[in-house]
Design a protein around this ligand. Structure first.
Ligand code: S6P
Ligand code: ZN
Length: 190
């Protein structure tokens, strides 16, 4: 297999309606999968009563698993709100904490919430077409759609990075991104 050829196929075969790339594995996350992620618990329960909406999908591309190899995920995050909080991904740290990641925005408008695991310092960085966000190691990261169209992006990370969702479930992001006067604002969770 030639990963270079496959990487160009990946984008060529990407179907933005379904979030899939041909037959590559694709994970879908719905509202019910995001219990505990939104700051307004009552708004979350009300939104769930309206239906278990699709929030995002990630199609993975994993050409090889060697120590120098790269994997990537093509994410499509739907627009929407739970109360005053935008639709978001679960968020994670990498199991191999040193592993960094590059995000490339493809379409739509959003931001990434980055939070240093040790200092708990938060940053909100724009993610949109042609923008690049560098996620350093030891940094919790979550993607947020602040627009009214699907947000599509590519995340590229070391094959051995792994996803640690447990650490986020135990100690959630300190900050949230809320819609205030029509604009995304970084706020403390409490
Ligand atoms: C993987 C990379 C992305 C996310 C995707 C979904 O390291 O950061 O492909 O998996 O944005 O987010 P999450 O938090 O549900 O894995
Ligand atoms: Zn990641």
């Amino acid at each position: 297999m030639n990963p270079l050829i496959d990487l160009s196929l990946l984008l060529a075969e990407f179907d933005p309606r379904t979030g899939t790339i041909g037959d590559e594995p694709c994970v879908q996350r719905r509202l019910a999968d995001l219990r505990g992620c939104f700051h307004d618990v009552q708004a979350y329960e009300r939104a769930l009563e309206q239906g278990n909406a699709l929030v995002y999908s990630v199609a993975s591309f994993q050409p090889a698993d060697g120590p120098g190899d790269l994997h990537c995920g093509l994410g499509v995050l739907q627009p929407g709100l739970v109360g005053d909080e935008y639709f978001l991904t679960k968020g994670h740290l990498h199991t191999w904490r040193e592993a960094a990641e590059i995000y490339i925005g493809l379409s739509g408008e959003g931001v990434m919430l980055l939070e240093d695991e040790a200092t708990r310092g938060s940053r909100m960085l724009p993610l949109q077409a042609n923008s690049i966000v560098y996620v350093p190691g030891h940094t919790a990261h979550r993607t947020i759609n602040t627009g009214d169209q699907p947000l599509a992006y590519l995340g590229i990370y070391p094959a051995g990075a792994g996803h640690d969702y447990h650490a986020i479930a135990k100690q959630d992001f300190d900050s949230v991104v809320l819609r205030c006067d029509g604009h995304p604002r970084l706020r403390s969770r409490t």
